[in-house]
Ligand binder design. Structure first.
Ligand SMILES: Cc1ncc(COP(=O)(O)O)c(C=O)c1O
Length: 498
């Protein structure tokens, strides 16, 4: 083949095998690198900046540069000590699926162009539907992530409620994900059209508060369009009382959206299924396979109980797409069901990894994460230096170190200093948050690579480590731990002042 972007088959194989060899070596040892390697913009510009070359350097050289200058400067979210934010652990079948999907490049937008890719996406969405217990007739699409799924679902909800209006109101908890605020902005809702309701003392959205707010708004002539509940809030993993919220919504004839981006796939385990009871009654649900289904970025999903409402919301048919008309039952143009026209073959990674490992492996991995989080909660409860900030519902443990006599600002400053010291050790990473304005360390267990030992070392660090002295960023009080667990600090009490 002679064209400017051609490569000969031998070079394609050689570079492909080299990339696979390097990636397998990396993935085989998730603790080989520090859990997070930060870099300054100046360093990144020095390594990666510059105009595009007029003549190419060749793929071997470019690949070597990626391995040297790109991959090391990132968090290793597969590291057994990575407990920050929401970890994204990914599997080899999913990685090969990404390569396959992008090399072959079928786009499941129109049935005529990609019947098999479309069918696989329909299958995967139907798996999710059954895992959540939603009825037949539920439809859905894969999207880039939880944020896009929330936007897609709430656009359908608004369409179902009638035309967009100055009087529309949406209900969210103060623990709702920030993407709901962004969704509201994108939908043209102004701040006063988003009712942010205070969560209860277990960080859940109280159904009575929703019912009262809806009644008040209706009396004032406003138009409620949706209640947004969480099945696994980002802060604490709290699952809102979905059954009771579904009762409120059905009495009020109001759309119930459940953001299960974080917690949805816990439904694969008996404990998670029980916690998520009522999710099957939702009008729409967000799930995020690139969280607890161990898929690489990007992969989110939206499920809508009345599947036909997706096309009612999004279908726009220009003349130049006439040829893609569907012929007969079962042919679906997924581009009619969401915001995207051209669409990547996201479903392949989910489909291939579940086919390769079997569902039991996913169930076990999630169950182990749940057990590990309960173990961590038990450790926190047993340490007098620590206080638990929220019940551990799913895989997130919120806690903090208490220093007698320290006010809130000082407690936060010291807690963040300990979190920074942990990061500098290279052995583990947690994130911090605030619950009702109070500082908390937030540990999210999601990696199948993490063990009790990794969790125990983190909890011990926060219970015992001395405060790091004020100093230049990068100074570490913890020795590097190539083994991926935090070095033991031999019982120092950590009451020293900064
Ligand atoms: C509950 C919840 N909803 C939505 C999102 C947004 O998902 P994404 O980052 O995939 O857009 C997150 C992300 O952490 C989340 O935890």
């Amino acid at each position: 083949m002679d064209h400017p972007l051609a490569m000969d088959a031998e070079a394609m194989r050689r570079t492909g095998y080299a990339a696979v060899d390097a990636l397998v070596a990396r993935l085989a040892d998730p603790a080989a690198d520090p859990v997070l390697r930060r870099a300054s913009p100046a360093e990144m510009r020095a390594r990666l900046g510059g105009p595009p070359p007029e003549q190419g350097a060749g793929l071997d050289a470019v690949l070597a540069r990626v391995l040297e200058d790109v991959l090391p400067y990132a968090a290793r979210t597969d590291h057994p000590g990575y407990f920050a934010f929401i970890p994204c652990f990914t599997t080899w079948p999913a990685a090969l699926a990404e390569l396959t999907a992008t090399a072959a490049n079928p786009s499941p937008w129109a049935w005529m162009e990609s019947a098999a890719a479309t069918q696989i996406e329909l299958e995967v969405i139907d798996w999710f539907r059954t895992w959540l217990g939603m009825p037949a007739g539920t439809g859905g699409v894969l999207v880039s992530g939880g944020s896009a799924a929330n936007l897609t679902a709430l656009l359908v909800a608004r369409e179902a409620a009638g035309s967009p209006s100055e009087d529309s109101v949406m209900y969210v908890s103060d623990q709702g994900h920030s993407s709901l605020a962004r969704t509201a902005r994108a939908m043209g809702l102004r701040p006063h059209q988003v009712r942010v309701l205070p969560s209860d003392d277990c960080w859940r959205l109280p159904p009575e508060a929703v019912a009262a707010a809806v009644r008040t708004d209706r009396r004032a002539g406003r138009i409620p369009i949706a209640v947004c509940a969480s099945a696994g809030s980002t802060n604490t993993g709290a699952v809102d009382p979905l059954d009771d919220l579904a009762d409120v919504c059905s009495a009020e004839e109001l759309w119930l959206h459940v953001d299960a981006a974080y917690g949805g796939f816990a439904a694969l385990t008996p404990k998670g299924r029980a916690l998520l009871a009522g999710v099957e009654r939702a009008d729409s649900v967000t799930v995020d396979p690139h969280k607890w289904l161990f898929q690489p970025f990007e992969c989110g999903g939206v499920l809508v109980r009345d599947g036909a409402s997706l096309a009612r919301t999004f279908n726009v048919h220009p003349d130049y797409l006439d040829d893609t008309g569907t012929h007969g039952a079962g042919e679906v143009n997924l581009a009619d069901w969401g915001l995207q026209l051209s669409r990547g073959f996201r479903a392949l990674k989910v489909w291939m990894s579940v086919q390769a490992f079997g569902l039991a492996a996913f169930r076990t991995a999630i169950q182990r994460n749940l057990d590990l989080a309960s173990y961590a909660e038990g450790l926190v409860r047993n340490r007098v230096e620590l206080s638990l900030m929220a019940p551990t519902t799913l895989g997130i443990v919120c806690f903090r170190r208490e220093w007698p006599g320290s006010d809130e600002a000082e407690t936060e400053r010291r807690g963040i200093a300990l979190a920074d010291a942990l990061e500098r050790s290279g052995a583990a990473l947690v994130s911090t948050t605030r619950l009702a304005g109070r500082h908390a360390i937030r540990l999210c267990v999601l990696n199948p690579t993490s063990s009790e030992e990794h969790v125990r070392r983190v909890i011990e660090h926060f219970a015992q480590a001395p405060l790091p002295p004020d100093g230049p960023p990068g100074a570490s009080v913890l020795p590097d731990s190539r083994a991926g667990v935090i070095a033991d600090h031999g019982g120092s009490q950590g009451t020293s002042s900064p």
